[in-house]
Every structure is written in C-alpha cells, then in structure tokens.
Design a binder for this molecule. Structure first.
Ligand code: ADP
Length: 430
C-alpha cells in the first residue's frame, strides 16, 4: 500500500480514537466516536463534491493542501489532465500541418467513402473540380463528375489505371484522375491538371498531320519525274540503278506519310460508332490476298474462321489492323514457316489472332514494339522494309474499337498477336 494511504488509515483510526476518548471523558465514548466519524465523512463528501464540480466544469477554486489523501488525488488528476491537454495540442498541431501541406499540394486530393461520397478534399481539388465547401461535402462524386469515361472508370469497368476527362469547371481544361484505395473501403481520388499536356499533345498531332499532308505534294511531283525518267528509253543506262533506288525510297516515303496521317487520325478520334457490322470473313480473305500479292510469298497463309460473328465498328480500320498484322507476319516469317489468321467469338467477346512461326520477339522488347518507330534487334537485322508504325496503328485502331492487343512471342519460335474485342462490339449471328 502506498505510504499516503497507510498514514491516512492511521490518521482515521487516531481521529476516531480521539473522538472516543473525548466522549469517554463525558461518559459517552460511542457518541464521541460517532461525532468523529460523521466529521470525517462530511470532510470526504465535501472533497468528493469539489472533485465532481472540477471534473464537470473544469473549475477548481482552491487546490486541497496539507495532509490526507485528497491533495495527492487532486494533484494526480491535474497531472493526467495536463498530459492529455498537451497530447491533444500536439495532435491539433499535426492535423493543422497536414492540412496546410495538403493545401499546398499542386494536385487535388478527394477522400471518398465506400459509397463514393466526398469526405474531405484539399484546396487544389476545390479549384480543379469547382467544389463548394458547404454544398459538395457528402455528395457522391459521380454527381459532380458526370463524364461517361469517369463513371466507367469509377465503376472499374474500364480497368484503366487513370482517366483523362475535360475539367468540370469549363473552358478548355483537362484533368487526369487516379484512384488509390486505402483503409477498408475508402479511396483517395488524385486529380491533376493536364490541360498543358493535352494541348501540347494536340499540337504535336496536328503538326505531324499537317507536315505529312504538306510533304505529299512535293513527293508526288518527285515520284512523277522519277517514273518518267524510269520509263524514258533514252535515259542513260548508268541512271537505271540510282533511279530505281530513288523510286523505291520515294515509295517508302509515301507509305510513311500515309501511315503518319492514318496514325494521327486514329489518335485524335473517339471510340468509333457501333452502327456498322463488319464481316470479318471477307476482311480476312481480302487482306490475305492483298498481302500475298504484294509480298509474292509462296508459303501458306491459313485463314481459320471459327465464327460468323461480326465486329461492330469501322471496316477500313479493321482491314488496316488485319493487313498490318499479316504483313508483319509475312515479313518476319521465313518462306517455310506457317502463318494462320483466326477469328473466334462468343458471349464473352471476340478474338482475332495472327499466329506465325517466324523470328519472334525477345521478352523485354514485347512491350515496346507498339511504340512508334520501334524496331526489335532481330527485325532491324533482317533489314525488312517497313515504316515502324504498323503496330502503333494497330494499337490505336483497336483502342477506337475498345479492344486490346495481346502479344505472345518467343525469340526464334514465332509470335501470336491477339486482338480482344469486348462483347458489346460483337454481333453474334445465329
Ligand atoms: P515495321 O514496319 O518495322 O514492321 P511495326 O510497328 O509493324 O513496324 O513493328 C514494329 C517491330 O516489331 C518490327 O520492326 C519488328 O521488329 C517487330 N515485329 C512486328 N511484328 C513481328 C512479327 N510478327 N514477328 C517478329 N517481329 C515482329
């Protein structure tokens, strides 16, 4: 037992004994003891009352002093209150600093609960999304950002890591949204102003499209003169080789301009309409014939039609996808190799695959081959003609059909390029 309590017990016993002794002097020891006990009880009740008042109102006029248990009890409570007051101040300070640093953040942050309701947000989010303090807290984010791409992104339908949408505050502003789940069901929505990037990207696209368009006229003139020189029987024989090389390069340059124009058109386009149903069987046969005629390949190119389903989209772009994949397969597969184009579709979507047993692609290059002008080491070593834009065109044309390109390949063993179309882009024909 702490010393303060043992001395309190001794003091209690002493007071009661003193009361008894005084009462004994008057022949009433019990009455003397009773008066002492009542006095002690009154003292403790008085101190309990003061303690209760202090805890309830925080007011303590006189701090108990002197001997007894009450002064240390009051002192201990005061010590605990002071400690929690300091801790509370520290937390307040920390929250204030966190708020200030979140406020200084250039990117917007919005905390969402499981029902996508806004819990809190920082200054940048307020500015970028046009949020209003009293009106928007507790609102569902879909009610404020109604762009279909954002709604699909939020419901995880699109499977994208982030989405770019026009800013809700109007003007030609663009924002990029990224969702970071945290805690059991909460989410942090990060919003970044990408207006400048979108503007630069648009400028780059326009520049490429305009430059390609402008280069076409001089190239047509040059090609015309080269054709005329090639056809001129009186032209010196020593010109034949350089003229033929110049015609080949002019032809290649023409293809490059065509591909650049096609790419910039595809890049700037939104998803294409689902109004037209494209007959895949005829597209595959036509592309096969065209590629075989152009390449002069004698090895087999098989077409396997596993479905009569059609793709809802743009026939020209589907043709471009197939002919780019097929011309690559023909270019990078030796004559004795096999090439197969297949089409399958069911309720889960459609798969268009071009499979070859050609030179293959190294594992670390697979993710890069769809970049513009990227050529693999093996592809470059073969010195095959090509613009380096074929797979970039395929990727963007597929994106316009909300489809993905999957590439499986092993160096020296061959490649499989599979285009996965979502179910709503497939028209099943029974
Ligand atoms: P290119 O006009 O050079 O073929 P692409 O964009 O179509 O441009 O292809 C990019 C690169 O990917 C090619 O240069 C080649 O290295 C590689 N590649 C594409 N298709 C195949 C394939 N079927 N087999 C092996 N490598 C391929």
């Amino acid at each position: 037992m702490p010393p303060v309590w043992s001395s309190e017990l001794i003091r209690l016993a002493a007071i009661v004994a003193a009361g008894g002794a005084v009462g004994w002097l008057y022949d009433y020891p019990a009455v003397g003891m009773l008066i002492a006990v009542t006095g002690l009880l009154a003292w403790h009740v008085y101190n309990l009352y003061r303690l209760d008042l202090w805890l309830r109102t925080g007011k303590l006029t006189i701090t108990p002093d002197g001997p007894g248990v009450w002064p240390p009890v009051f002192a201990r409570i005061e010590y605990i209150r002071e400690k929690s007051r300091r801790r509370r101040n520290r937390w307040r300070q920390l929250v204030r600093e966190l708020r200030a640093s979140a406020g200084a953040f250039p990117d917007g942050g919005v905390l969402l609960n499981a029902r996508h309701e806004i819990v809190t947000y920082n200054l940048a989010a307020q500015r970028l999304l046009g949020l209003r303090r009293n009106r928007d807290r507790g609102q569902r984010i879909e009610n404020l950002l109604r762009h279909p791409d954002f709604v699909a992104f939020l419901s995880a339908e699109s499977g994208q890591a982030s989405v770019e949408i026009p800013g809700p505050t109007g003007g030609d502003t663009w924002i990029s949204c990224l969702l970071i789940p945290y805690g059991p069901e909460q989410m942090l929505l990060l919003v970044r102003d990408v207006t400048e990037n979108v503007r630069l990207e648009r400028m780059r696209r326009d520049f490429v499209a305009n430059a390609s368009h402008e280069l076409r006229t001089p190239l047509t003139v040059i090609s015309g003169y080269l054709d005329a020189i090639a056809d001129d029987v009186e032209a010196p024989a020593s010109w034949r080789m350089p003229v033929s090389e110049m015609r080949a390069q002019a032809h290649r340059m023409g293809n490059l301009l065509d591909d650049l124009l096609q790419l910039s058109r595809l890049e700037s386009g939104a998803p294409c309409s689902t109004e037209h149903a494209v007959d895949i069987g005829s597209v595959l046969q036509a592309a096969r014939k065209e590629i075989l005629a152009m390449s002069g390949r004698s090895g087999p190119v098989q077409v396997m039609l596993g479905s009569t389903a059609r793709i809802l989209g743009d026939a020209g772009e589907i043709h471009s996808i197939v002919s780019n994949l097929l011309s690559n397969a023909v270019r990078y597969t030796p004559e004795d190799g096999t090439i197969t184009v297949s089409w399958r579709a069911d309720a889960d979507g459609g798969q268009l695959a071009v499979i070859d047993s050609g030179i293959g692609i190294a594992e670390d290059e697979i993710t890069r081959v769809t970049e513009r002008f990227y050529r693999t080491d093996a592809g470059r070593a073969l010195q095959k003609s090509g613009t380096g834009l074929g797979l970039a065109i395929v990727k963007h044309a597929l994106r316009r059909h909300e489809a993905d390109l999957e590439i499986q390949s092993r160096l020296g063993e061959g490649s499989t390029f599979t285009c996965h179309f979502p179910p709503h882009r497939i028209a099943l024909i029974s």
